[in-house]
Design a protein around this ligand. Structure first.
Ligand SMILES: NC(N)=O
Length: 514
């Protein structure tokens, strides 16, 4: 096992490296950073950088650890269900990305679009869903990082949960979205390099036959060696629904569409989604399934990946896994922080508190929000840990809380007949009924409401499915019954960049003086 000082050194090294890189890039900039730049990276990001950034943002701690847990528990179907069940959303997002670029070319957040497409209550409700998504995902990646640091280095889990967000908060606060894109690019390259090392070593050291024979010898071998594994399939369904929420309701992905050049936006999601598939699929197969096949004595399946990495390459394996995990945590953390910042600044501060804020004021508020949320997220992940909620539980439950907004939101963007009331009540009642079915099923079937009964595959599945069915039925049903039609063309010119708003304000003030 590594020592806690190795953990501190890794955190210090990457924190200092990415912060220094951002400061150097800031110094080399020819123009001064504006609030618009901080928020949108100039809307000129090319397809390569945007794809890498989508891959990095979508590679969570769970992508490495939870995926391996499914391989360890459900066998060869687990990695497939994890990877396939979480990449279709990114591929489909290519469609909504292009629609947002066409219908709201100067928007900063998807909520800004919702605010003009629907009414105030819808804007507020979607904001709650969006912030809840960001908070759940950030807490989940910090929790995953802290668990891995603790299990591989013995570092105190509370200290780890406070230090991890610091590493990405500082460079995000300085450089905004563009800085997080550059870090994402480097992180994606590192993740693929380390993944290739693990895959090659497993193949050379153990080969396919040893793992196959090991899986065949397990009591649950029927399930481990078939794609027709029932638990694998149930997990796959939960995975699909939950990840619709964490892509479509997460400002991070809208942010990447907004920051991309028009010609790059949809391609980036297709390339990013396809390339991302290989990360959980390979890691979960080479670490999770192999750990089961080799009969490793692992108490917590969520820890199968780091323990297998250590088994494979000793200290080097642990360090490589920690570096890969840390790359994933930093990128997702930075993406979520920029998303939260953009929502707070665009949809609360500039919309309701200070609509005439100058670029300087907006930039200052953006940095304060980034720092505050970065620090607060450590506390939230510790809270989850303290009430006994682990990575797997949050991962499977996230859809129940956030996926109710997916269908209403998508309809609002793509379908002129989608109605304000249908989308509002669809999202709200979808979530309420999902939570109700989840709790009721756990109570009726397992006799109590506890982390254990709520964490069962069937409780999670029925909760998730209910959310999708109810939100879809209400939002589509109400649209079909009403005769409303929305005029997207008329709304297009209502979106302004922060710089344009500033110019208009200046012109208006000059006119007043004259
Ligand atoms: N990003 C996910 N679902 O691993």
């Amino acid at each position: 096992m590594l020592t806690a000082s190795t953990g501190y050194l890794i955190l210090l090294f990457f924190g200092v490296f990415f912060t220094s890189l951002t400061i150097i890039m800031q110094r080399r900039r020819k123009t001064e950073m504006t609030a618009e730049q901080f928020s949108t990276a100039g809307r000129s990001v090319g397809v390569g950088l945007a794809s890498a950034s989508i891959i990095a943002a979508w590679t969570w701690a769970a992508t490495l650890m939870m995926s391996s847990s499914t391989g360890f528990q459900y066998g060869i179907s687990g990695p497939y269900w994890y990877a396939a069940g979480a990449c279709i959303q990114v591929l489909l997002f290519a469609i909504v990305a292009i629609h947002l670029k066409r219908k709201a070319p100067k928007a900063h957040t998807f909520l800004e679009f919702i605010g003009k497409r629907f009414d105030k209550k819808n804007h507020k409700l979607m904001m709650v869903f969006a912030l809840m998504t960001n908070i759940i995902v950030t807490a989940m990646v910090i929790l995953g990082g802290a668990i891995a640091l603790n299990s591989l280095t013995g570092m105190n889990i509370y200290v780890a949960a406070f230090l991890i967000p610091l590493t990405f908060t500082i460079y995000t606060m300085i450089g905004g979205l563009k800085a997080s894109f550059i870090a994402d690019y480097l992180n994606t390259v590192m993740i693929f390099v380390i993944l290739t090392i693990f895959a090659t070593v497993v193949y050379m050291k153990f080969g396919v036959t040893t793992v196959y024979e090991g899986l065949r010898a397990l009591p649950e071998s029927q399930q481990m060696l078939t794609m027709a594994s029932i638990p694998g399939l149930l997990f796959g369904m939960i995975n699909i629904i939950g990840n619709f929420g964490t892509v479509f309701v997460d400002q991070s992905y809208w942010q990447r569409a907004i920051a991309s050049k028009d010609s790059a936006a949809s391609k980036a999601y297709i390339y990013g989604g396809i390339a991302w598939f290989s990360i959980p699929f390979a890691i979960a197969t080479f670490l999770g399934v192999t750990a089961a096949g080799l009969g490793l004595n692992i108490g917590d399946p969520d820890a199968s990946a780091p323990l297998m990495a250590a088994h494979l390459l000793g200290t080097v394996g642990s360090i490589l896994f920690l570096v890969m995990l840390f790359m994933a945590v930093m990128s997702t953390g930075a993406a979520e922080l920029t998303a939260i910042t953009n929502i707070i600044v665009t949809d609360i501060y500039r919309k309701s508190i200070n609509p005439t804020a100058s670029s300087k004021q907006t930039l200052k508020i953006s940095r304060i929000v980034t720092l505050s949320f970065g620090l607060a997220m450590g506390v939230f992940s510790i809270l989850l840990f303290n009430i006994g909620i682990g990575l797997g539980f949050v991962y499977m439950a996230m859809g129940i809380f956030v996926s109710g907004a997916v269908i209403p939101l998508t309809l609002g963007l793509l379908w002129k007949r989608a109605t304000n009331e249908g989308c509002f009540y669809g999202a709200l009642l979808g979530m309420i009924s999902g939570v109700t079915v989840w709790l009721t099923y756990a109570y009726v079937t397992y006799g109590s409401i506890s982390v254990e009964s709520l964490g069962q595959l069937h409780s999670m599945l029925f909760g998730n499915i209910t959310v999708f069915l109810v939100s879809g039925l209400i939002s589509v049903g109400h649209a079909l019954m009403s005769k409303e039609e929305f005029d997207f063309e008329a709304m297009k010119d209502q979106f302004k960049s922060f710089d344009e708003e500033q110019e208009e304000l200046k012109t208006a003030q000059e006119r007043k003086v004259v």
